[in-house]
Design a protein around this ligand. Structure first.
Ligand code: PMP
Length: 354
């Protein structure tokens, strides 16, 4: 039986995508060759890359608006430095909402002055700071839309008079936003898009070419744009699976359709966390993430009993990150509502048996 997979990333992908990917590894497009043993410059693979880029822009409603989609390597972690390398001339502003923002901030400091406009570190990142001032003389503002580890998510993005850069690794394609407010979006594939190994970058071309430093080719967005994500050998398998997932999402009705399901899933788990006297939520209610629900047992609750129950129910991957403890239920796009209902049933059973 398939597990109820709440893993934080890499994470659950749609079953039909996994099946089609497995078939393509054996025999890609009836070529009697594997997807992973053909040239990335072959007609068939170039079509995959083109389709993946087009689907990404289509989902974000950013076609014909001056944006380019790229599939790069090095994970979102490489984007922490690449964003700064390409955009930071003098000063940038960062909102610090967790481990990943802190890491992005640290990398940017290698390239210029970095202002931390606000931080939620004082409460172990269990909330999203609000009402902070952003200096006007900045090259860009950077934030993290969803904090995978702490389970918080930005609902309202600040208005900025500078390029808006956002790490959307753990909530891209999960909710409707006006994506045209953003000038650079990046996301490691391994949550809502595909396997680890590729990173989606969506960049508004007009923000590039404004820094005076020389940029090494592999870190230069313009070079990757000019070579259509084929400056070097792309991660062919990860891009192919991403294309299939983006296509799956399109057939489902796109972001607006999946957002409704994601809202239901989040509502289901948070209602139980708030109702059940044996659990408490970690993140402040108004900033709760719809992708990663973080919660702990109340003092004195029988952890061994709870762990035994969820494991017996076929649930996998709900142990919390070491910096928060407790539990984290990650509910990415491909996780069915039914899995969340099974978890909630287990939480109720735990209450009955305690
Ligand atoms: N940003 C966020 C929000 C993440 O959740 C992660 C990984 N979980 C990263 C960045 C780092 O991504 P990668 O491992 O692809 O470098």
């Amino acid at each position: 039986m398939k597990k109820h997979n709440f893993s934080a990333g890499p994470c659950i992908l749609p079953q039909e995508v996994i099946k089609k990917s497995a078939e393509a590894v054996l025999n890609f497009n009836n070529s009697n060759l594997s997807l992973i043993e053909i040239s990335h410059r072959s007609k068939d693979f170039v079509a995959v890359m083109d389709n993946a880029c087009a689907l990404a822009l289509e989902h974000l409603n950013l076609q014909n608006k001056g944006y380019k989609a790229l599939f790069l390597q090095g994970g979102a972690s490489t984007q922490f430095l690449m964003a700064a390398y390409n955009l930071l001339e003098k000063k940038a502003a960062y909102l610090n909402t967790g481990t990943w923002s802190s890491k992005a901030l640290k990398e940017a400091k290698l390239f210029g002055e970095v202002i931390e406009v606000a931080s939620s570190k004082d409460k172990n990142f269990n909330y999203i700071p609000k009402n902070f001032n952003i200096p006007s003389d900045i090259d860009y503002f950077h934030c993290t839309s969803n904090n995978t580890i702490f389970g918080t998510q930005i609902n309202s993005f600040p208005e900025v008079n500078a390029p808006l850069v956002c790490d959307m690794s753990s909530d891209i394609f999960s909710r409707e936003l006006d994506f045209s407010k953003f000038d650079l979006i990046y996301a490691g594939a391994q949550k809502n898009m595909g396997p680890a190994g590729t990173t989606l970058v969506v960049v508004k071309e007009e923000i590039l070419g404004k820094v005076s430093r020389n940029i090494p080719s592999m870190l230069d967005y313009k070079i990757h744009i000019n070579s259509e994500s084929m400056f070097n050998t792309p991660s062919v398998f990860a891009v192919y699976v991403s294309m299939l997932t983006l296509d799956w999402l399109k057939n489902l009705g796109g972001i607006s359709a999946i957002e409704k399901i994601n809202n239901k899933k989040a509502d289901t788990i948070y209602t139980e966390i708030d109702r059940n006297p044996l659990f408490k939520g970690f993140a402040q209610k108004e900033d709760r993430s719809k992708m990663n629900a973080t919660f702990t047992l109340v003092e004195g609750a029988n952890q061994e009993l709870f762990d035994g129950l969820w494991k017996a129910a076929g649930i996998s991957g709900i142990n919390g990150h070491r910096s928060v403890g407790g539990y984290r239920a990650s509910m990415y796009n491909a996780l069915p509502l039914e899995s969340v209902q099974v978890l909630v049933e287990v939480m109720k059973e735990f209450e009955r048996k305690s």
